[in-house]
Design a binder for this molecule. Structure first.
Ligand code: CA
Ligand code: CA
Length: 294
């Protein structure tokens, strides 16, 4: 299997970046990633300097990818390390729990047999990818702390093993990258971090030519969600419910009214995260309701 180390990473998605390698289509590859602290928190809890936005391994050039295409990323496996880290702050501007956090604290949690241990509490793990994306459209540069139409720091805990992420390609070669793995994270990511880990992702890429959605789409167990990011939860919820409506409309002959009814019945509006520079909301069509594909 082709394997890439976490040594070469970037901190902002941009079409100006030079790709570090080509990633083949239709082949299983393994990509190692730094944790969000760029390895600056030691196993003993010691801290090095802060390093800036999430490091993502890449960017990778995807042969044949052009503006208007969709890059489909099938996530096969996430490899876990022996420990993960968390860091919280009393500062209310970092995270959303500042009113009860009285001191800056670093925790290094051992990972064993599918669990992490937090102050004696066994926390089950469900590994996921925080940052996954491609270079944005219109020559924009977007730092790896911020989510958007290009993907980026969406912090969607459904982006894990078995999921496929569909990203709208905006530049030749897509310039794909990923990082910021979490061994576990709840909806909202309220204290600013998941269980932050360095790790590895086994994935397989494919390209859908000549069509794309405006926002990243995540397929899981045959269900589809659209992830939209904006300055407020209200705005992100507005974007994602209409984006899912458009997604279903393009794939069925149902009327707009009936799609809205279905959305009210078997689609779920929920929060990915509320702590990044833009917040992310997903609206998900449950599996087994419509026989559609991306
Ligand atoms: Ca993140
Ligand atoms: Ca993170």
């Amino acid at each position: 299997m082709l394997e890439f180390s976490s040594e070469r990473y970037f901190r902002e998605f941009s079409e100006g970046l030079k790709p570090i390698a080509e990633l083949p289509l239709g082949e299983k590859v393994r990509i190692h990633t730094q944790d969000c602290y760029t390895g600056q928190i030691g196993r003993d809890g010691s801290e090095g300097p802060s390093m800036g936005p999430n490091p993502a391994t890449g960017p990778f050039y995807i042969p044949g990818a052009e503006k208007g295409d969709t890059l489909a990323v099938r996530i096969l496996h996430i490899g876990l390390p022996e420990y993960g880290c968390m860091r919280v702050y009393p500062d209310s501007s970092i995270g959303a729990m500042g009113e009860v956090i009285t001191r800056r604290e670093v925790q290094v949690l051992p990972i064993q047999d599918g669990y992490a241990l937090l102050d004696g509490v066994r926390v089950p793990l469900r590994p996921m990818i925080g940052v996954i994306g491609v270079a944005p459209a219109d020559g924009l540069t977007i730092d790896n702390d911020t989510p958007g139409k290009h993907g980026g720091n969406m912090d969607d805990n459904r982006i894990g093993e078995g999921a496929t992420v569909y990203l709208p390609v905006s530049v030749p070669g897509a310039l794909f990258g990923l990082g910021d793995l979490h061994a576990q994270m709840g909806d909202g990511e309220v204290a600013i971090c998941g269980l932050e880990i360095a790790g590895s992702v086994d994935l397989e890429l494919s390209l859908i030519k000549g069509r794309q959605e405006s926002w990243p789409v995540v397929e899981r167990d045959g269900g589809f969600s659209v992830n939209c990011s904006a300055g407020t939860l209200d705005e992100a919820a507005y974007l994602s419910r209409y984006a899912l409506h458009a997604f279903i409309r393009r794939r069925t002959s149902l009327s707009p009214e009936h799609i809205a009814m279905l959305q009210s019945l078997v689609c779920d509006l929920s929060v990915c995260q509320i702590v990044d520079p833009l917040v992310t909301v997903r609206m998900a069509l449950r599996p087994g309701v419509l026989d559609i594909a991306f």
